[in-house]
Every structure is written in C-alpha cells, then in structure tokens.
Design a protein around this ligand. Structure first.
Ligand SMILES: O=C(O)CCC(=O)C(=O)O
Length: 323
C-alpha cells in the first residue's frame, strides 16, 4: 500500500504532532512554557484547587502561613475574592492620576498583537480593522506612575492575604479596545478562562469612562469553581455561557479610575466597544512564573519614579527592576 500525503497529514493530526512540535518549539525558546502547559493540563477545578494549595505551600519555603487579616475591609475584600473571584469598589487612583496617566499614554505608540510585524501606531488613529492596541511592556513600565502603582501597599496587602505566601508582579499591560465594526474580535473578547499560572490575580483599572457601549469587562462571579468550560484556550459564546450560568455574568461599568481585582480563571471577556474606545491598565500578580511577563528585568532601581515613596520589595518586582 502506498502512503499518500493525505495519509501522513491524517496520521500527524491524529498523533497531535502539530501540538507536540509547537510545545517543543515554545519550551526550547522559553522554558517557562513547560510550567504553563503543565499546569494548563489541570483543568478539573477540584484538582486545580489541590495543585494551587501545593504550589503555595512550596513557595512558602518552610515559612509559616500568614495569619488571616484582622482589618474588616480587607477581610470583606478577601472573602469576595475567594467566593466570587472578584472584588469591586477598590480605590487606588485619584481622578488627577488617571488623567495624567492617560495623557502620558496617549503620546506613546501601540501595536496590534495580531499584526505579524507588530508595527507601532498612534493609539488615537488606529488603522481600519484594528480591534486592540497594546503598549510595549518596557515603555509602559517606564511611564510615570505605572510600576509605582503596582506597588501600592494596600493593593499588595490584599494580594498577599489572598495568596498567603510570597508572590511577584508578573506583568503590566495596557491596551485600547477599538470600536471598529469591520474588525474581527480579538481573542480576549469572547468568554474564556486565563490559565496564566495556578495562583494568579489580575488588577484592572479603567483609564476611560466605561459604559455598556464602550467595552465593559464582563465577568461570571463564582465560575472559578465550576466544572464547565474549562479547556485551556477554550472560547465560549454568550449563549453558551448563559446556558450554564444563566444571568450570572456582570458587566463592570464605571468612570475612569474604576478598579477591580479578579481571579480570571473565572470566565470573563472584554465586550467589544460600539462607541468610544476603552483604555485599560492591568497588573498581574502570581506565585509562580507566567509566560506573559518580561523574561528579564530591565529597569534600574535608580531610574524608577516612586513619588509616593511606596516600599519596593525586590522579590515582588524581580521581573522588572534591576539593582
Ligand atoms: O478586555 C477585557 O476586559 C478582558 C481582558 C482579559 O480577558 C484578560 O485580561 O484576560
């Protein structure tokens, strides 16, 4: 029997050779993918919960478990995070800080991650068909106020109480979501779960006013414990989510400066704006590594503006700050 190209193609598909090759290529280029794919295979929420607890205990390195906070507000926020996977109503940015940050960012260029050449463009003038415009990490981290805010002591206290063990700032991201009706949706604009690592949290702050028409973040509280829709890389339609979770999804709207913190293993998405574009800044914290943050620190401690004088923990900032 002669073996045709179709046979080979069929066989390779069956064996998942493509996936294996992609895995091997990515791990060879960036070993962090080994952890990423490993933990991404643990999809059962109960198993994941055990793995998360194990990871936290490994990172405690013999240190004692942190006591639960006694501050009533922190206790309430922590309960919301654990039960709903979401805490809203946080206040970390004054209107002035938001306005200054937005003005700085509007003068920087962005890129569309789906553009193979990652060409930079003016965020106020996206090309036709552009769904999102991301800031480059280094430029973003150097923008006054960004990295300093990621070290706000109250924010770190909440994140630290949640993890109960040492953690790091894994990434800072900021992007515009555009309302171009001819553009294809970007992959975070359909419901999905984040598999960044086992123990991670994402902090979000809107830098533009966000209504139902200007790209609200949509989140399904308590879905972090649900067994449905748990594939690594899975994307789900609104009606699929409604079939399982009814009307549980909440649309987070609010004026510029609105902040929330979430475990985005819970289902979520960014709704595509139909009116003005949305600007969002995000900090991601985690106990272990992720593939999304910088591979090496690039910012000298001495060049880092910290006007509020927040304590800067070298471990938390190890992916960003050199000594
Ligand atoms: O744009 C949004 O609100 C969604 C962001 C998102 O999906 C993510 O950060 O994982």
């Amino acid at each position: 029997m002669s073996i045709s190209k179709q046979h080979i193609a069929h066989l390779t598909k069956q064996l998942g050779v493509f996936h294996i090759a992609r895995f091997a290529y990515r791990v060879a280029r960036d070993p962090r993918y080994l952890y990423y794919y490993g933990q991404g295979r643990i999809v059962d929420p109960q198993m994941r919960e055990h793995a998360r607890a194990l990871e936290r205990s490994l990172f405690r390195r013999g240190g004692a478990t942190r006591p639960e906070p006694s501050d009533p507000q922190l206790t309430r926020e922590l309960r919301a995070l654990r039960e709903d996977a979401l805490v809203r109503g946080l206040e970390f940015f004054s209107p002035n800080e938001v306005a200054e940050l937005k003005a700085h960012l509007q003068a920087l260029q962005v890129f569309d991650p789906s553009d193979a050449d990652k060409r930079l463009f003016d965020p106020n003038q996206p090309r036709t068909g552009t769904r999102v415009g991301y800031y480059e990490t280094e430029a973003l981290a150097r923008t006054p106020g960004v990295l300093a805010k990621a070290n706000h002591p109250d924010l770190l206290a909440l994140v630290g109480a949640y993890f109960g063990c040492p953690f790091r700032l894994n990434s800072v991201d900021c992007w515009w979501s555009y309302s171009d009706e001819n553009a294809d949706s970007y992959h975070t604009q359909a419901f999905h779960r984040d598999f960044d690592s086992l123990n991670f949290l994402k902090f979000f702050v809107y830098l533009t006013d966000v209504t139902g028409d200007t790209g609200p973040h949509v989140f399904v509280p308590r879905s972090h414990k649900a067994e449905a829709m748990v594939e690594l890389g899975g994307r789900y339609t609104d009606s699929e989510v409604a079939t399982v979770f009814g009307d549980r999804a909440v649309e987070i709207v609010g004026s510029a400066g609105t902040c929330f913190l979430a475990n985005t293993f819970a289902l979520h998405k960014g709704r595509i704006p139909t009116e003005n574009p949305r600007l969002l800044l995000q900090f991601s914290y985690g106990v272990n590594m992720t593939v999304s943050g910088p591979r090496r620190p690039f910012l000298k401690r001495a060049d880092f503006a910290n006007p509020a004088g927040y304590p800067i923990d070298p471990y938390i900032n190890k992916y960003f700050l050199t000594s």
